[in-house]
Design a protein around this ligand. Structure first.
Ligand SMILES: [Zn+2]
Length: 471
């Protein structure tokens, strides 16, 4: 077996690892690289291989940084199966359609800006930017999904099979173990995907993995320890109450899949306990609306707490003051609505989508609060807000950041250092080599040291393009 790292190395986005087995090439994930625009466009549009040469993709979960570049792969000739759990396959359909729409809008925006510049300076270079992929590419990708349930061996070629285990990160998320029996003896390669946490709302706890010879593991929070999740409701209530007293709005950038549903559940609980004022709450994201429908369908994946709602005959994702906003006119109307109210919108790292309009309308007013609820990659607008830069650019216009910025890392869907080490415990002793990926350099380095110290294992932080023979 030969393993080559192409993405989520030295960074958290663009997850993509190539596995060569018995002459065939497979991919673990095919995610979007997110960061500086030009670098991202370059990285996402150029694969280091021809799409047609890839036999199949095994997808860990629906998040964009793991699945979002599949349409580009299809555009470059890939026509094999995309294996995913049933919930992941369901979630990817609206997600990839939405992503194509964002790509199209994004290139439209860049091209318009370019035309304006060219009008002012006729000497400016030419060159319209095509979208990374469009709606037709997303539509060509969706039929390639093959739903394979968790905890089931699935043969991808004679002597090569994989099995998915619940990773407890978002609905349908999985860790996978690929087994190669083509050389007479078994070689087992485990891929963590994104590892969730014990006690996260909605999802079940991460499932333990069986023995493996090699492990590829994420390290988003490989050098950090999370705060107690139990305090999250208190903190959320405080932020909301404080902002309401000022008459402000609470703008919540949130991943449409996973984080939004967690927030809705948390707000549902606070609202029922009358711990927050009776203010309107909007989920303004067509993708979040579509994703919530899929969450409603997959009750078999809920943890006990969320199942309580179902047993009582209630919908965990609906309550009186909550409104899901789908059409554009209604979304625009929110711009004129005076606070206090809460709006949850995507994209989660503030890179695109309706959240940008809400931020543009809110961040210059100190009454308002921007509530950051998820990991923000380097160079994204979300990261600049977390870092409280005095000025940020939205739609190319400079804006002063005067709103309060709060972060709620307690909802993180990623295991921290201690939790990752615990997750490895059942199978760590048999692992010949650990590959640490999906982290910024300081996080990966800290995690490498922690694994070496605790389990005395051989640990590598691969660089992009690096290959390893696994025997
Ligand atoms: Zn993820």
């Amino acid at each position: 077996m030969k393993l080559t790292f192409w993405g989520a190395v030295g960074t958290v986005t663009g997850s993509m690892h190539e596995v060569g087995v018995n002459g065939a090439r497979y991919l673990f994930d095919c995610g979007l690289y997110q960061g500086r625009r030009r670098e991202a466009a370059e990285r996402n549009s150029n694969f280091p291989f021809r799409g047609a040469h890839i036999e199949a993709v095994i997808l860990s979960h629906a998040h964009l940084d793991h699945s979002g570049n599949l349409p580009t792969l299809v555009k470059s000739g890939f026509s094999g199966p995309i294996y995913a759990t049933p919930a992941t396959a369901d979630l990817c359909a609206p997600m990839l359609r939405d992503s194509a729409h964002i790509q199209e809008k994004d290139s439209e925006f860049v091209n318009k800006r370019h035309m304006r510049r060219k009008a002012l300076d006729p000497g400016a270079t030419d060159g319209a930017v095509p979208p990374l992929y469009g709606a037709e590419d997303a539509e060509a990708t969706i039929p390639l999904f093959q739903a394979v349930p968790e905890d089931t061996d699935h043969e991808v070629a004679p002597g090569v099979s994989y099995r998915a285990y619940d990773a407890g990160h978002i609905l349908g998320s999985s860790s996978v173990v690929l087994t190669d029996r083509t050389k007479g003896r078994e070689v087992r390669l485990a891929f963590s995907g994104d590892v969730g946490r014990v006690g996260l709302p909605i999802t079940r706890d991460p499932e333990p993995l069986p023995a493996a010879d090699y492990l590829i593991i994420e390290s988003t929070y490989g050098g950090r320890l999370h705060k107690e999740t139990g305090l999250v409701l208190n903190k959320l209530a405080n932020i909301i109450n404080r902002t309401c007293q000022r008459g402000g709005k609470i703008i919540v950038p949130s991943f449409a899949i996973g984080r939004t549903q967690q927030l809705v559940l948390a707000l549902h609980e606070l609202f029922e306990a009358q711990r927050i004022p009776n203010i309107p709450i909007f989920v303004d994201s067509p993708l979040a609306v579509a994703a919530t429908e899929i969450f409603r369908k997959h009750t078999e994946l809920y943890d006990d707490e969320t199942n309580q709602f179902v047993k009582r005959g209630e919908d965990p994702f609906a309550f009186k003051r909550l409104r899901y906003v789908q059409d554009v006119a209604e979304s625009k109307a929110l711009n004129d609505l005076r606070g206090p109210f809460i709006v949850i919108s995507a994209s989660g790292m503030c890179e695109a989508g309706r959240i940008l309009h809400h931020l543009r309308n809110s961040i210059e007013n100190p009454r308002n609060t921007v509530l950051i609820t998820g990991f923000q990659a380097e160079n994204t607008l979300g990261r600049k807000l977390v870092d409280k830069l005095p000025e940020v650019s939205i739609f190319g216009e400079p804006m002063r950041l005067r709103a309060e910025v709060e972060t709620l890392n307690e909802l993180s869907g990623h295991a921290d250092q201690r939790e990752l080490l615990e997750w490895m415990k059942p199978f760590a002793s048999g692992v010949k080599r650990v590959f640490v990926v999906h982290g910024e350099p300081a996080q990966s380095e800290a995690f490498k040291q922690a694994v070496q110290e605790r389990y005395k294992l051989d640990v590598v932080i691969p660089v992009r393009g690096q290959s390893f023979d696994l025997n």
